[in-house]
Design a protein around this ligand. Structure first.
Ligand code: FUC
Length: 740
């Protein structure tokens, strides 16, 4: 439970999020003018039809020799300034667009009450946000939730005194591109974005128990003297994720249907259906690290008093932050819409930071790190769909810019298939992103084990990403190895050939593609080509003069550099090329130590994962503490700054990595348990190979492990609790295995 004793003033720091994947809302809990800022995830400017024109980032004029020339230069000059390369390979960005707020619903209440016993809260286990206060001996209560099964946002305004509810509901938007009408207690908002003509519609139907509901000519709805009132909100656009038009049906019929159906169900049924759906996902994982939530300490005070020490309050905040990441993913990523963007689904602006887009040089990937292991695999459906949809324009970009097969996407993208480049020198070139994006799809297979999924969903995009690199690797004159060139370690340093991350990503892609090709029996010819490329590939692992893992193929690392991206450790996490205890792991630790414990929110979150993979639980815990102390807002949103949700998701993933790992074909129990969590339990984490794992521990040692197999398969479990520290056995789907 997140809870507070005052209304929210600030959208970013204080308001509380609800969402059903497609729709999101931020609840303020203001007494006289309740504000519900809301979003529909596809409401984006840019793309086809946008005023600036649109080119997907593909070069407007062919540049048949441009990449070769940069490669030749790198062969001889070794390093090129980003501005130089951007001047030759980039172009101004047009029509990229930005995620848009849908607007705000206000509920204006008469008078200026002085409330007592005010409480605003978000219950993570039900997904219901509520506001309660006492005024003139009457207890008032408002509830808000976003229902996935019914596709609507729902609100209820009540009090324990009859006929006590009077308010006017109105809509506003920072854009002037809409009309509002109200009839029969239904407010309808309709419009089209000026930028690209995208049509949008929202409808809010208000109902009351007792009193009256009237519709104003000004597009407002007023409830007078009711015992209680409730409303449902649905919204949509005519966006479709189909290249090249990205347009589908007018939203009017679907929005009307969603509102009509929800209203006919009634409030109690909507609420019960929402909670049942939410709990199916949320309740799968429980974490007990000795937290006890002090009943009288609201969440903002819990955060402000956090020291990372030994208090039960500190444990409470850590456990809450872990579950909040799971809550936020459920609320911002469900089948039927786009994946979670830089702000999940929540955005109150017409020009949000980084367009609230899909950055793919770490951020979108990080959003889904927790999905499999923290037992929310259903939330990856929109991610998969997004990656599949990107491959169509990405194929065009591969052909047009690289003259090659396969598909590609660069540093960041939008819902309109922006797969090419722009010219922001330090962030325009990252063709490795497509390969990295496919990693999650292969992970979904490694956890879930469905060959059907592998064949129809994961493998086609993996194989085409691999074909792109089969066509685009180049022999490095320095040593005859295959390298990515030009190569740019995200947002850092010069362009070179064969930077560590580029090589490690291609290594990961080829490894995964080869494994998948064997499972699916793809042609020998294709497998041989990948095997050969892998054998000649520079693996991107090199130890430098101060014992560090090199970020670049030549030893350019500065030990005093604390850049937020730690890209050269991809092979440690989220890759699996580096095993704990290996020479590479030791070098990775030297690099990580040099980078320090600072960074933006997501950077700290990544470092939790890194330290956990190095089996250093105390340092992982320290990074969790750093994130909570200096990169977390009172509503527990991660802040870059500004608010950026990847850090929330990355931190939850990091906590899982502390408790359970399985990337190397072995299920490791408590691989990085911090001394701050001496006793506890976790239930419901998932491991690769097909297992759900529960662990109890005391004095830093596991006392009981329960594994429920979801596939019939040989599994290896490693834990100090087991005789010889490890056991390999044939797990049978559906059976439970317990060690204690
Ligand atoms: C990457 C990061 C920035 C920011 C942006 C959205 O480019 O380097 O710090 O997180 O994504």
């Amino acid at each position: 439970m997140l809870w507070y004793t005052t209304p929210a003033d600030d959208w970013e720091r204080e308001a509380l999020p609800v969402g059903n994947g497609a729709l999101g809302a931020m609840v303020f809990g203001s007494i006289t003018s309740e504000r519900l800022q809301f979003n529909e995830k596809t409401l984006w400017t840019g793309g086809p039809g946008s005023v600036q024109g649109y080119d997907h980032g593909d070069w407007r004029e062919p540049r048949p020799t441009a990449i070769d020339a940069v490669q030749d230069d790198l062969d001889t000059r070794r390093r090129l300034a980003p501005e130089d390369v951007a001047g030759r390979l980039g172009q101004p960005r047009v029509g990229f667009g930005a995620y848009q707020t849908f607007g705000d619903l206000y509920l204006d209440f008469p008078g200026t009450p002085t409330p007592e016993a005010y409480r605003r809260e978000l219950a993570l286990d039900t997904g219901v946000a509520s506001v309660a206060y006492t005024h003139q001996q009457a207890r008032h209560r408002r509830e808000f939730f976003a229902s996935c099964p019914d596709g609507v946002i729902v609100g209820r305004i009540g009090a324990d005194r009859p006929a006590g509810i009077t308010f006017t509901l109105r809509y506003t938007s920072p854009r002037g591109d809409f009309t509002t009408t109200a009839t029969g207690g239904r407010l309808t908002v309709r419009g089209a974005l000026k930028d690209n003509g995208l049509r949008f519609e929202a409808q809010v139907q208000v109902r009351s128990d007792g009193g009256t509901v009237t519709s104003g000519a000004d597009g407002t709805v007023t409830v007078t003297g009711a015992d209680s009132a409730w409303f449902v909100l649905a919204a949509g656009t005519d966006y479709a994720d189909t290249y090249p038009d990205y347009r589908g049906a007018d939203p009017h019929p679907a929005v009307t249907r969603a509102v009509d159906r929800a209203i006919s169900r009634g409030y109690d049924s909507l609420r019960a259906r929402h909670i049942a759906d939410h709990r199916t996902l949320f309740a799968r994982v429980t974490l007990d690290i000795g937290q006890s939530v002090p009943a009288d300490v609201p969440t903002d005070r819990l955060l402000a008093s956090y020291t990372g020490g030994t208090s039960a309050g500190d444990r409470a905040l850590e456990a809450l932050f872990f579950q909040y990441g799971r809550y936020l993913l459920i609320a911002s990523s469900r089948a039927g819409s786009l994946p979670a963007n830089l702000q999940g689904v929540w955005n109150h602006s017409t020009s949000p930071p980084w367009s609230a887009d899909y950055h793919v040089n770490i951020n979108l990937q990080m959003n889904y790190w927790l999905a499999e292991a923290a037992n929310l695999p259903e939330t990856t459906v929109p991610y998969d769909r997004f990656v599949q949809a990107l491959s169509a324009p990405g194929r065009h970009t591969a052909r047009q810019m690289f003259g090659s097969r396969g598909w590609v996407v660069h540093n960041e993208t939008n819902p309109y298939g922006f797969t090419g480049v722009h010219d922001w020198a330090t962030a325009f070139w990252f063709p490795e992103a497509a390969a990295w994006l496919t990693q999650q799809l292969y992970e979904h297979y490694r956890f879930g084990g469905s060959t059907d999924y592998l064949r129809t969903t994961a493998y086609p995009v993996m194989k085409e990403a691999a074909e792109f690199w089969l066509d685009n690797l180049r022999t490095d004159p320095r040593d005859g190895r295959l390298v990515v060139t030009p190569s740019y370690s995200p947002e850092h340093g010069d362009f070179t050939a064969g930077a560590a991350m580029s090589q490690q990503i291609v290594h990961d892609l080829f490894t995964n593609t080869l494994e998948a090709a064997r499972v699916l029996g793809d042609s020998r010819d294709f497998r041989q080509r990948v095997e050969q490329a892998l054998a000649h590939l520079d693996p991107g692992l090199r130890i430098g003069s101060w014992g560090q893992l090199q970020e670049w193929k030549e030893d350019l690392d500065d030990p005093a550099d604390d850049h937020r991206h730690v890209s050269h450790l991809f092979a440690l996490h989220p890759g699996r090329q580096i095993e704990p205890g290996s020479t590479w792991a030791k070098a990775a630790k030297v690099s990580l130590t040099a980078r320090g414990d600072g960074g933006t929110g997501w950077s700290k979150a990544w470092k939790i994962n890194f330290w956990a993979r190095l089996h250093d639980g105390d340092h992982a815990h320290k990074m969790l503490g750093e994130q909570l102390k200096s990169s977390t807002l009172p509503n527990l949103f991660d802040t870059h700054p500004p608010f950026q949700i990847d850090g929330n998701f990355g931190a939850t993933s990091g906590v899982v990595e502390m408790l359970l790992q399985s990337q190397h074909g072995v299920i490791e129990i408590l691989p990085a348990l911090p001394s701050a969590w001496p006793s506890g339990s976790v239930r419901g984490l998932r491991a690769r190979g097909g297992a759900v794992v529960d662990i109890d521990w005391t004095d830093g040692k596991p006392t009981r492990i329960t594994l429920t197999a979801t596939r019939t398969r040989r599994l290896t479990v490693r834990s100090g609790l087991l005789k010889d520290g490890e056991t390999t056995f044939r797990a049978v789907a559906g059976r439970r295995y317990t060690w204690q």
